[in-house]
Design a protein around this ligand. Structure first.
Ligand code: WT7
Length: 646
């Protein structure tokens, strides 16, 4: 069985690796026993500081209060660009591959420096100051990274919104963070199709009076609506600006960015990351987990709209002076070989992607992979959801020709960077396991009564002590931060995931234990989808659950109760799907809508989702006790009319 198999560290990998097994064990022990010294050394090694910190760490999960390197000063763009200029001025910082295989660009560190300085000056001209919020709603072009870095240069806080989100979702995020400026593009291009980013922005801004300026990068040259006193072309904004821009000296605990992510209740929350600790965690994990070396060509296939793009396309790699590949397109355009063609064309050595992409590529068969040599690859990574052992083994055997270690990296938007993952020169691999904790990370498993489980066990995954990349608060709602992450298990950060620990101490993440869905590695809250569905005048109530889906990991199953007297119809289903797309994004579209005359509720009115999940998964023999329901008969109707997703 694949799951039982262990893949030892290849001997030739160990020889050049930064960390071997003994070093990992020694460093890990020290990171827990003597965290102050450990982190001070790492902060000195990985980052350049304008002013040294007064105190390495100061945290208390009961409050919660989390501070790292207080008193220290640094600038993120200076760490990601300026300090590399003497040694690596002509080295490619961003290697861009367009959606169209004929399009490619390279930005050297020197060119990146000029681009970032010019835009930073342009933003200042438009009145952006330290601490102001800037929304970035961009396609995957180098200017998206330039925009992020330009914000950090002047101490503005960026909030990147994934280009796949709808105008309503964009509006909500702009309002919540009170952004005064938006950076977008006329259109994006993915898989040969255009995405109307400027038109979406125009719609969103009808309800965002605080936005004074919209900077529009020209990607396709499409005809777009223009507001003279609000909109400015990216090229015009930077045309007459200075090529130098003095970086702001930021406090280590000054906010760096906000990134919205879905929770089990309510609207998405603004995860706030700060400057020093976040950058250290991103840089350090990029170095150790990917065993990064100076001449690597490193490619993370994520979008900058997600945290993976923040930490492992932009901040981690650039802090380390790497060449980071940025791809505008999708894996199957023009054909299923695209990723491997890119690997060969640019001699990619490290490739980091999501299990959902691996499963999709696996379904296209081995031929599209074998058509390309992939001889440059030396390390593979995955992130975003549990990877099934079959997909892991295919990835290892076919994509990596059995030669490349696979690092399965568990982390979250909230954690800022990788938390549990193998170090490729130190850790034997087991397909489907994220293996062992990174330096300074103290995972534990809890039972339902809040007791810590020892040894081999399954339970809820918590982290017992702070780490530098940890989120500091929910933007504008510290109470929600406290309740969401620190109230379930006293003195611990609760991840929302379940996990198993095996006899070797390896962690196997089993997935969310709360009402958060993971659809193709995209995180969505059931509550947000329900809120969108009930906006329809015909809908009285909706309950959304996930169900196992071969390709997407999870699919979306919606139970919908109509208002009395309303008729069910296919066109109403279509209208509901359209509503969700408009309110959130096409990625949130329900795969299945079942009409539910009633929902299973307890006598106090709480929907029993456990039952709905079982029906959606067609696991009828394990429905559990339904006798405590207010009306047990609703279950029979739901079972009878359940829909088997194809
Ligand atoms: C959730 C976080 C981390 C960046 C991308 C997702 C799931 C993430 C793994 C993994 C099993 C994983 C968890 C987690 N997840 N990585 N290697 N194995 N599950 O970030 O959108 O904040 O989602 O993704 O359920 O809680 P995110």
């Amino acid at each position: 069985m694949a799951e039982k198999q262990t893949y030892p560290v290849p001997a030739d990998f160990v020889r050049n690796a930064h960390i071997d097994r003994a070093t990992y064990q020694a460093m890990y022990r020290r990171s827990l026993e003597n965290p102050e010294d450990f982190w001070a050394e790492q902060a000195d090694r990985f980052l350049d500081w304008r002013r040294r910190w007064d105190r390495v760490m100061d945290w208390d999960f009961n409050e919660p209060r989390i501070r790292w390197f207080e008193g220290g000063e640094l600038n993120v763009s200076e760490n990601c660009i300026d300090r590399h200029l003497t040694q690596r001025g002509d080295k490619t910082a961003i290697l861009w591959e367009g959606d169209d295989p004929a399009e490619s660009r390279r930005l050297s560190y020197r060119e990146l420096h000029e681009a970032v300085c010019r835009l930073a000056n342009g933003l200042r001209q438009r009145g952006v100051r330290r601490g102001d919020r800037v929304c970035i709603y961009m396609p995957m072009v180098p200017e998206a990274a330039v925009a992020m870095l330009a914000c950090t240069r002047i101490g503005a806080i960026h909030s990147v919104v994934f280009g796949g989100f709808s105008p309503h979702a964009l509006r909500d995020r702009i309002l919540d963070a009170d952004c005064k400026l938006v950076i977008t593009a006329d259109e994006g291009i993915r898989g040969g199709k255009t995405v109307p980013l400027k038109a979406n922005t125009d719609k969103a801004l009808r309800e965002c009076p605080g936005v004074e300026t919209v900077v529009v990068y020209q990607r396709t040259g499409a005809d777009i609506h223009w507001e003279n006193d609000r909109d400015v072309r990216y090229a015009d904004l930077i045309a007459d600006t200075d090529r130098e821009c003095e970086p702001e000296a930021m406090g280590a605990e000054d906010p760096l960015f906000i990134l919205y992510t879905s929770g089990s209740t309510g609207k998405p929350k603004g995860v706030l990351h700060t400057t020093g600790g976040y950058l250290l965690h991103a840089a350090m994990t990029h170095h150790y987990v990917f065993d990064y070396h100076e001449d690597d060509i490193y490619w993370c296939t994520a979008d900058v709209g997600w945290v993976t793009g923040h930490s492992y396309i932009v901040y981690g790699p650039l802090a380390n002076g790497a060449t980071t590949l940025m791809f505008e397109g999708v894996p199957n355009y023009p054909d299923a070989s695209r990723h491997w063609q890119i690997v060969d064309r640019h001699r990619v050595t490290i490739y980091y992607t999501a299990p959902t992409a691996i499963r999709a590529l696996m379904r296209a068969g081995d031929d599209p992979v074998r058509q390309c040599s992939r001889s440059s690859l030396r390390l593979l990574g995955t992130v975003g959801e549990p990877i099934n052992p079959e997909a892991w083994s295919w990835y290892h055997r076919v994509v990596g020709d059995g030669r490349c270690p696979v690092v399965d990296t568990w982390w979250q938007t909230e954690t800022g960077g990788i938390m549990i993952a193998p170090l490729p020169g130190a850790t034997d691999l087991k397909p489907g396991s994220a293996t062992l904790p990174f330096f300074g990370v103290q995972p534990a498993l809890m039972d339902a009564d809040g007791r810590e489980l020892e040894g081999e066990a399954s339970g809820n995954l918590v982290i017992k002590s702070s780490w530098p990349g940890q989120m500091r608060t929910v933007y504008g709602d510290h109470q929600r931060f406290a309740e969401t992450y620190f109230s379930a298990y006293k003195g611990c950060y609760f991840s929302g995931d379940g996990a198993r620990r095996d006899a070797d101490g390896y962690y196997w993440i089993t997935g969310r234990v709360d009402d958060v869905l993971n659809i193709s590695g995209h995180r969505l809250g059931t509550a947000e989808i329900e809120s969108a569905l009930v906006l329809h005048p015909d809908v009285a109530e909706a309950a959304v659950v996930g169900f196992p889906h071969d390709m997407k990991g999870q699919g979306i199953y919606a139970y919908v109760t109509l208002m009395a007297g309303r008729e069910t119809s296919e066109s109403l289903k279509e209208a509901l799907i359209q509503l969700v797309r408009e309110e959130i994004s096409p990625i949130a579209s329900p795969d299945v809508i079942q009409w539910a005359p009633g929902l299973p509720k307890t006598r106090s009115g709480k929907i029993m989702r456990r039952i709905l999940r079982k029906i959606a998964a067609d696991e009828l023999d394990s429905l559990g006790d339904t006798s405590t329901l207010a009306d047990p008969s609703v279950v029979d109707d739901l079972i009878e009319n359940r829909i088997r997703p194809e």
